[in-house]
Design a protein around this ligand. Structure first.
Ligand code: DAH
Length: 358
């Protein structure tokens, strides 16, 4: 056996024996790497006489090609085996019944957010969000709360420790600061709703220090009170899932709107149940108004050119009313039995076509 044949046999045995890709790579480097045995042999060709080279050239080149092919073939085999092993490991048993897994429930507040978003998306509103920690400018000043105005105190604000310059950050007391952030960063027409967490230092049966709001803002050139009324009436009908609901707009005061109003909707109490869209009682569900010219100016918009309306509603209260939940504090008690009872199916996405809540 020539020593080339012997070398080849040797290498083939080692290739066969390599049981992992790493081991095979070691063999490849030992044979075909810069300092590999085959490569070293190839280097000797340069020093040979022409006759010798004529014989050894094809022999060594043949060796090199066959070894490279053997390594490639083995590599493909190892890769395939690795893939088979992985597929076997990651096999999914599609015969497992879907009910085998316990299903969670969607919290009524999340459900209400989703329903409100579905209603306003269908009307062409986008969703905007802002930070929970605000500065005085966005939470109050730009919204036309004068300095030292009692309205700032009315909000029972959580203040942070003053900074070196004396300014104090706050936990936002309402979602209205996102109106400012949007108007300062976006050109009209603007049509957004702003869902989010809000904070006030207040706690009893109907108040929790953290609660949820959805704000609305529409800014365009010819927006008027009629648009506000039509939008909010359409919302009330859709949210309470009734064909008609009487509404009443009572004059009110908010620093950031002029005129301002609170919207009441018609309802009737039958035993424990509250029915919307019938009866002769009124329940307040949100605040609203035409955006104050000062607020527009504070955001760099010309009130002679642009106008719009805004509204803000408490989502926790809306959820309590709609789903008949008696105590607000249960929302935050993290009681699995309560959630099992009042929660919603995570696979039922609220939408206007199939109904919002089931
Ligand atoms: N920010 C008000 C609050 O938390 C709610 C509100 C009232 C928002 C009227 C508005 C509005 O955008 O127009 O009490």
């Amino acid at each position: 056996m020539s020593d080339i044949e012997k070398l080849e046999n040797d290498l083939v045995v080692r290739i066969d024996a390599a049981s992992t890709e790493a081991a095979l790579e070691e063999v490849r480097v030992a044979a075909l790497g810069k300092k590999g045995v085959v490569s070293e042999r190839m280097k000797t060709l340069g020093k040979m006489s022409p006759e010798e080279r004529k014989e050894m050239g094809p022999a060594l080149n043949g060796l090199k090609t066959r070894i490279a092919e053997a390594i490639d073939a083995k590599k493909a085999m190892l890769e395939e085996a690795a893939l088979d092993a992985r597929l076997a490991l990651e096999r999914v048993d599609v015969t497992l019944p879907a009910t085998a897994l316990p299903k969670g429930k969607i919290h009524p507040v999340s459900q209400a957010f989703e329903e409100i978003a579905a209603i306003f998306s269908a009307m062409g509103f986008d969703i905007a969000e802002g930070p929970d920690i605000e500065d005085d400018f966005h939470n109050f000043t730009a919204l036309n709360f004068p300095p030292d105005h009692p309205a700032r105190e009315m909000h029972d604000t959580f203040f942070f420790e003053p900074k070196e310059d004396g300014s104090r950050q706050v936990l936002r007391t309402h979602t209205s600061p996102v109106q400012i952030r949007t108007m300062m960063s976006q050109k009209p027409p603007i049509r957004i709703i702003i869902p989010g967490r809000t904070f006030r230092c207040d706690s009893d049966q109907t108040h929790t220090p953290m609660f949820h709001q959805v704000e609305g803002l529409v800014i365009d050139r010819e927006t008027h009170m009629g648009h506000l009324k039509g939008t909010l009436e359409a919302f009330a009908k859709a949210f309470f899932e009734v064909d008609n609901v009487g509404t009443r707009f009572r004059p009110h005061f908010f620093p950031f709107t002029e005129p301002s109003a609170e919207m009441d909707i018609q309802y009737e109490r039958v035993g424990e149940e509250v029915r919307f869209g019938q009866g002769s009682d009124w329940m307040e569900i949100l605040g609203c108004g035409m955006v104050h010219p000062n607020v527009l100016k504070n955001c760099g918009l010309d009130p002679d050119e642009y106008q719009g309306f805004a509204f803000g509603m408490g989502v926790d209260r809306l959820a309590m009313l709609k789903y008949g939940i008696p105590d607000l504090r249960d929302f935050f008690a993290a009681d699995a039995r309560w959630l099992e009872h009042y929660g919603f199916d995570p696979l039922d996405q609220p939408n206007l076509a199939t109904g919002l809540s089931r």
